[in-house]
Design a protein around this ligand. Structure first.
Ligand SMILES: [Mg+2]
Length: 235
C-alpha cells in the first residue's frame, strides 16, 4: 500500500463544529413565532411552536428535490401558511427575515478564529454546511478559501459529490484532504465514503455510534493544532 499523501486541505462543518447551533435555532424560531403573533395572527395560529419544523421535515420527505435546501423548505412552509391564513405572500418573506437574522447570530467557540487562522497558514481551508448560515455574519468568512453549502452545491452531506466538488474547488485530491465535523453520518461517514480523512468533532463526549471504526476525535478545536501542525504528534 502506498503511504498516505501529505495533507494539503481541511474542510470544516459549521453548525455544532464552529459554534453551538441548537439554542440559536430555538431562539430564531421563537423570534419568528413572536413576530407572526404580533403582525400576522391568523398565520401564527396555523403555526404553533414546532409546527414549521414538523412541516419542513414532512415536505423534505415528500419532495426530495428540496430536501437539501433548508431555506426553500422554510419559505415553502411559510408561504403555504400565509396563503391558508389569507395573509399576503410578503408575510412569509418578513417572517423568514426575522428568523434568518437571529439564525445568523451565532457565537463561534472562543478558540475558533485562532485555530482557523493557524491551520489556514498551512492548509487550504473550506467550509461545508448543510445549513443556511451567512458566514459573512459570523466574522469567520475570510478564514476560508472556499465556502460550500448544500444549497449552493445542490446536494447535502453525506453525499460524496459535495465533498468532491469542494476538493476540486480547492485544487486538492480527496485523499489529501481532512474533513472535521460533529455529525457521525453526514460528516464522518460521508467524508470517509468520499475518500477524505476525517476527524470527528465530539464536543459532548458521545460514544461513537457507528458505522465503521471509531474515528480520531477531538473535544475542542484547539486540540486540532497539536494534531495537525508541526511539533504535534501527527506532523
Ligand atoms: Mg454540524
Amino acid at each position: 500500500m502506498n503511504p498516505a499523501p501529505p495533507l494539503r486541505a481541511i474542510t470544516f462543518d459549521l453548525d455544532d463544529t464552529l459554534w453551538e447551533i441548537g439554542p440559536v435555532i430555538r431562539a430564531a424560531e421563537a423570534r419568528m413565532e413572536g413576530y407572526l403573533r404580533r403582525h400576522f395572527p391568523a398565520m401564527a395560529q396555523r403555526l404553533p411552536a414546532g409546527e414549521v419544523r414538523r412541516r419542513m421535515n414532512a415536505l423534505a420527505a415528500q419532495r426530495p428535490e428540496l430536501a437539501h435546501h433548508v431555506t426553500a423548505l422554510r419559505m415553502t412552509v411559510l408561504r403555504e401558511a400565509a396563503h391558508a391564513a389569507g395573509d399576503p405572500p410578503q408575510a412569509a418573506e418578513l417572517a423568514f427575515g426575522t428568523f434568518i437574522a437571529a439564525r445568523n447570530a451565532v457565537t463561534p467557540f472562543t478558540d475558533a478564529a485562532q485555530v482557523l487562522r493557524a491551520l489556514g497558514a498551512r492548509f487550504a481551508l473550506a467550509s461545508i454546511t448543510n445549513g443556511n448560515v451567512d458566514l459573512a455574519a459570523t466574522g469567520l468568512a475570510d478564514l476560508f478559501r472556499i465556502r460550500v453549502s448544500a444549497e449552493s452545491a445542490g446536494m447535502a452531506k453525506p453525499h460524496p459529490a459535495i465533498f468532491h466538488l469542494t476538493c476540486e474547488a480547492l485544487g486538492v485530491a480527496p485523499e489529501e484532504t481532512l474533513h472535521i465535523g460533529d455529525d457521525p453520518e453526514c460528516d464522518v461517514a460521508g467524508a470517509r465514503a468520499a475518500g477524505l480523512r476525517t476527524i470527528w468533532f465530539n464536543r459532548p463526549g458521545h460514544r461513537w455510534p457507528g458505522p465503521g471504526q471509531v474515528p480520531i476525535h477531538v473535544r475542542q478545536l484547539s486540540d486540532l493544532l497539536e494534531r495537525l501542525l508541526p511539533g504535534g504528534p501527527n506532523s
